[in-house]
Unconditional design. Structure first.
Length: 368
């Protein structure tokens, strides 16, 4: 054995005197640090935990130096849980975390485990991507226990898992818990994001009135353009196309000028704007047709014909705007955009019919 190894063992013996009462843990650290034998280190670490069940440093050591190097994430997580469920104790070697002025010393086991919360949150996201929901939820729960500051984000992530798994009761259980936690904090941006997520969940269930109740509690000037598109969708789905169009005309230029906006978002938003204009135009058109017989009556007052001529012009304006937005949808569409092409063609025909069969006829009535 060389001098370096003797020094390492001596250091382990000294630290054992300070942080452990068992020779088992001394052997565990020797196997791990000196001999790099993680299998034997695990064997003696488990024996040490039996000898010292109240020593939080032992499961922490096993998680960090035995299981994590082997990418045994579940076992590492279970050991971190054992550590935080045991009375806190000092680390053998404190370490720094953060950068610059935000750098802090981590001196205890519980604080050290808290630094692992973000990693376990990310493990949860990775499992969620491959639809391994059971393990993802396990990791999110671990992350929330490692670092209580992550609870709101973890509950939010779990809400999305249950939403995607068609479990509305659990979806709202966890998003409500996330909102409650964030409401008691000072992260207003997170609080808005969580409430917007709940609006999305409610909207998917056609619970539009409840969604609007939450929207009314939000600071409107702090919503991002993307978040406002969600409210646009809410108005659209509630058949309030006037309000949707008003909001949409404010949002669309912002989205267009933001180079980070995906083309698919621009295309979809333009399509929905076109649909709103088309809906408004169709409502006016149907009203004109319903009263067409009255307008053709020789005794129809000019004021009535003029009012419906104005409606026809408004209808044409709505159809024209619909056509323009369908064109924009096609411009931003990365695929074929067959649906938008069809609607654009149909709207163009509606405009011709308005000119030839409605507006010109009404103008003829007025000239008599």
């Amino acid at each position: 054995m060389n001098v370096k190894n003797y020094l390492a063992i001596f250091t382990i013996l000294i630290s054992t005197t300070l942080f452990s009462r068992s020779m088992e843990f001394n052997s565990c650290k020797s196997y791990v640090k000196v001999e790099k034998n993680l299998e034997k280190g695990e064997e003696f670490g488990l024996l040490a935990m039996e000898k010292e069940p109240d020593n939080a440093y032992i499961p922490y050591f096993m998680a960090r130096f035995i299981y994590r190097p082997q990418k045994m994430i579940e076992k590492a997580g279970e050991m971190y849980l054992k550590a935080i469920n045991t009375t806190d104790t000092k680390l053998e070697r404190p370490f720094k975390t953060g950068a610059g002025k935000n750098q802090i010393w981590i001196k205890t086991v519980h604080d050290a485990v808290a630094t692992q919360g973000v990693d376990w949150f990310n493990y949860g996201l990775e499992e969620e991507k491959i639809r391994n929901y059971k393990l993802a939820i396990k990791y999110f729960k671990m992350a929330s226990m490692f670092d209580p500051n992550l609870k709101a984000q973890c509950y939010n992530a779990m809400a999305f898992i249950f939403f995607n798994d068609n479990n509305p009761d659990s979806t709202f259980h966890y998003i409500n818990k996330a909102i409650d936690i964030s409401s008691n904090g000072d992260n207003n941006e997170l609080s808005i994001e969580l409430k917007m997520n709940k609006i999305g969940f409610l909207s998917s269930q056609k619970r539009i009135d409840e969604a609007f109740e939450i929207y009314e509690t939000l600071p409107k000037n702090e919503l991002s353009a993307i978040q406002r598109t969600q409210i646009f969708e809410l108005y659209k789905n509630n058949n309030n196309c006037d309000q949707a169009i008003k909001m949409g005309n404010e949002i669309f230029p912002v989205l267009e000028n933001d180079f980070s906006t995906p083309m698919s978002v621009l295309s979809g938003f333009a399509f929905n704007m076109a649909a709103c204009y088309l809906s408004n135009g169709t409502i006016i058109y149907n009203e004109i047709i319903e009263n067409w017989a009255k307008l053709g009556d020789s005794n129809a007052p000019p004021e009535l014909i003029e009012s419906y001529l104005l409606k026809a012009e408004q209808c044409k304006e709505s159809y024209s705007s619909a056509k323009d937005y369908f064109r924009l949808s096609l411009d931003y569409e990365e695929g074929e955009g067959e649906v938008a092409k069809k609607y654009k063609k149909d709207v163009r025909k509606k405009i011709r019919d308005l000119d030839n069969e409605i507006i010109s006829v009404l103008e003829g009535y007025l000239s008599k």
